[in-house]
Design a binder for this molecule. Structure first.
Ligand code: ADP
Ligand code: MG
Length: 460
């Protein structure tokens, strides 16, 4: 039995290897990263997937490709079944059948065609600017988008809590706000609350001072939908964690929808109570990726249209290439370009865009290998001696590999040079490290953020 599993695993690795090269990075990560081959014999094939969206998408879009690739590997395949399985995912999926019932909120009557009174200004923290309609769906964010829509259809049921995580400026706030707006529009009487964690913390502290802690607690515990943005800021704040834990439980037990965002998965939030970590992954957690090139182009186009401007495709592509990791920055670059050209009555061109972007985006000339290594060590809170020393503990090896990667990316040092800077003799170690970090940073949001943060400090 074990031997058979091993063989299955080999087949699946080979299949994934082949599919990986035929898809964009974003698609591969989104749809195939957490899959496995659960069963393969006598023509019956069962593939394990982490959630319902992946299941539907693989069935609809990649069924033929998977079948063909499996056959190429010598597997007899008549029929493929997709099964949602916790084994296919690091995220725990609740196989809770009651989840399919409509919640109290979900079954409230829908008011007549989004009537005008739904536009009333409330202090629910929502910003009407963020909607599903003006969110561009593509590689990198489509899974998160699908989950948000599912939650909007049936709040408080299956994906509770919904937890989105990923780098800065990639649309987390936009999406969770869009859920809030959609739900509020559908049910004007529902209590939908959006709050940034920093503000939640501030209000909590004030309530303690003003002896209004009970009012604070009952306000949040009576929500129908609670959206909490950037929960990584709960880290290290014991009292508010305690408070949030009880709020969470009260809402969750009453099948009220909870939505959270963060820059990292719960397990990577240092100084967050274990009981919160386990609550946070108890529904659905989704790793949002930076939108791919085509999606970034579509976003620029949409935002330019918002200003009644049609941009030359060349300009769009230039911007989408120049700003790759942060949509907020991408929007900033676009706005800067449009404003500059507007004042001078010029048509935006690649030349203008590039000269504007050069101004603040160049790598500092004086950046040295030493600075990069020091900054990396500091980021991971390990002593400089350790990163360049002989230790091989995991919490030292990874920062060392990141440092090698940074030297490669930022200074284009040769592998032997990189190895020497980090006290290694063998240049293949450097080569291996750079390759490893390059690959892992594509699928690991925390690592990607670490690299971005180090870079930001170096450039500052
Ligand atoms: P995050 O919360 O992940 O840091 P935001 O949700 O604040 O990022 O997004 C930053 C900006 O980029 C916002 O103005 C948002 O509207 C815009 N944005 C991000 N992704 C998209 C998208 N797919 N389509 C349209 N706008 C987007
Ligand atoms: Mg945000």
């Amino acid at each position: 039995m074990e031997g058979q599993e091993l063989q299955q695993d080999d087949i699946w690795q080979a299949v994934l290897g082949e599919i990986e090269v035929s898809l964009s990075r974003g698609s591969f990560v989104t749809w195939f990263k957490n899959t496995c081959l659960l069963k393969q014999n006598d023509g019956a094939t069962v593939i394990g997937v982490s959630n319902i969206f992946v299941k539907q998408h693989l069935e609809k879009k990649y069924g033929d490709l998977i079948m063909e690739t499996l056959r190429k590997q010598g597997a007899a395949v008549d029929h493929i079944e997709y099964k949602i399985t916790p084994a296919a995912s690091r995220h725990r999926e609740l196989e809770d059948e009651k989840g399919f019932e409509s919640s109290e909120l979900g079954s409230l009557p829908v008011t007549s065609g989004g009537s005008v009174q739904t536009l009333r200004q409330t202090s629910n923290g929502l910003n009407e600017r963020y909607t599903f309609d003006n969110f561009v769906v593509g590689d990198g964010n489509e899974l998160a988008f699908a989950a948000c829509q599912a939650v909007t259809q049936q709040p408080g049921t299956k994906y509770n809590p919904l937890y989105l995580y990923g780098g800065v400026g990639i649309g987390k706030t936009h999406l969770i706000q869009a859920v809030g707006n959609a739900l509020q529009a559908r049910n004007p009487d529902a209590k939908v609350l959006y709050i940034a964690t920093e503000q939640f913390v501030r209000e909590f502290v004030q309530s303690l001072r003003g002896r209004t802690a009970a009012a604070f607690a009952s306000n949040y515990r009576s929500a129908d939908v609670l959206i909490v943005d950037d929960v990584q800021f709960l880290a290290g704040k014991d009292k508010i964690q305690e408070e949030f834990f009880h709020t969470f439980n009260t809402l969750h037990q009453a099948d009220k929808q909870i939505i959270m965002s963060s820059d990292k998965p719960p397990r990577d939030i240092a100084m967050l109570e274990d009981r919160l970590k386990s609550r946070f992954v108890g529904g659905m957690s989704i790793d949002m990726q930076v939108p791919d090139f085509e999606t970034r182009c579509a976003i620029i186009q949409l935002k330019a249209e918002g200003h009644q401007i049609t941009l030359d495709p060349e300009v769009i592509e230039y911007l989408a290439t120049a700003v790759q990791t942060n949509i907020r920055e991408l929007e900033g670059a676009l706005n800067q370009l449009l404003a500059w050209c507007d004042v001078r009555s010029l048509t935006p061109t690649v030349a203008i865009a590039s000269s504007l972007l050069q101004v603040h985006k160049t790598r500092p000339k004086h950046l040295s290998a030493k600075q990069i290594i020091e900054r990396t060590a500091r980021h991971f809170q390990i002593p400089l001696e350790d990163i360049i020393g002989p230790k091989r503990d995991k919490d030292i090896v990874v920062p060392r590999q990141v440092a090698m990667y940074m030297l490669h990316e930022e200074l284009r040092l040769s592998y032997p040079k990189i190895a020497r800077e980090l006290g290694r003799k063998d240049h293949t170690t450097a080569m291996h490290s750079v390759r490893k970090i390059t690959q892992e940073s594509q699928v690991d949001a925390t690592l990607r953020n670490a690299i971005l943060e180090i870079k930001e400090h170096l450039y500052a």
